[in-house]
Design a protein around this ligand. Sequence first.
Ligand SMILES: NC(=O)c1ccc[n+]([C@@H]2O[C@H](COP(=O)([O-])OP(=O)(O)OC[C@H]3O[C@@H](n4cnc5c(N)ncnc54)[C@H](O)[C@@H]3O)[C@@H](O)[C@H]2O)c1
Length: 380
Amino acid sequence: MSSTTSQPAANQNETAELRVGVIGLGFAGTTHLDAFTALPGARVVALAGQEPARLAELGETRQVESLYADWEELVARDDLDIVSIGVPNYLHHPIAVAALTGGKHVFCEKPLATDGDLAAEMVAAARDNDRVLEVAYNHRRRADVQWLRSHLDSAPFGSIYHARASWMRRAGVPGMGSWFTNQALAGGGPLIDLGSHVLDIALYLMDEPRVTSVSAVAYGELGRAGRGGGRRLLGSVADHHPFEVEDFASALLRLDNGGSLRLEASWASYSKAFEDIEVELLGATGGARLHVDNYSTKDTLTLYSDVEGAPTVARPDVQVPGGHHRSVIQEFLAAVAAGADRPAGEPRYAGHHGEYSLHRSRVLDAVYQSAAENREVPVA
Ligand SMILES: NC(=O)c1ccc[n+]([C@@H]2O[C@H](COP(=O)([O-])OP(=O)(O)OC[C@H]3O[C@@H](n4cnc5c(N)ncnc54)[C@H](O)[C@@H]3O)[C@@H](O)[C@H]2O)c1
């Protein structure tokens, strides 16, 4: 392992090629590796993961200099600018805190952490060390979501008083018995896994209202019975955990602007959905529906308005080419490269220290608490 500098390179020359270490070899880690490799201004020099054959294959095909089994060895290097985290949820916190306090910028998969208190420690570590902490909310970078965001900037709907956001699967538990279905390792089921994405999209499109309270229910009927399993990229990780999390959750969220949001997520449900993402906005003078049916890449947007008093429907022609991880990583690299020129404070849609993601973690905590205690609970 090389160790040539005592401080990450970006401290000395913010415009130099950024040296990246990626942790994780599954869908997330591989996607991070390929995105950082494809983008200018960054080079992946270290990779870690616990599947030796895949580690060797990715190291060779992507020409990564240093390969590690354990994240600790990678994070201990003092010549990395960036650590990219694509591992089970419970490892996000220890890896991010170690990397941030060691002076690295961090790109972390969603959810930020398994609960809001751990997420808060990560955000504090980013602030205290003035490092960028960005979270992989890649779906908000979809071309249709971006189109709708730009459309909303000209305020065509008046105030948005209610939204529905859901990600429903018919049979898609991501690895029955894997870390995904273990409460301590994952922090929850489809709500924290898929619901976090559609919550992010809805809050982003609604101009970042704060969620004040939550009333929720959660069930695990199919998962606990061993039904609804789906595919995973990696098959080599020991899968032996009992199904401890929900397979379906539904919540009504109250917002500080008087609005509301219904959030639903399922890994498995006897419903029409195969893989169905939906975000619907109801505004005072118009509305919109984003509907992504089994990762469809066109005809995903519908707009509703009145023209001369008559209900009118429009379908903007927006192609969705994919590559959303790449665009969020591109934004992350720009924030890192900006160094001291980075805009101060919390920008409208992205917290350089992960602040906006912390609120999402607090909301998810409140959903789980509400479902467990069978009552409406405030968001911390
Ligand atoms: N944003 C998205 O679209 C998206 C999609 C899939 C997964 N994710 C997120 O990415 C993360 C990983 O999901 P996945 O599906 O890739 O998981 P996975 O189980 O397929 O892969 C996890 C990887 O972490 C590695 N790992 C585990 N312990 C380690 C350790 N101690 N040191 C080094 N490496 C270690 C494993 O070896 C494996 O390579 C999760 O947080 C998940 O929520 C996000």
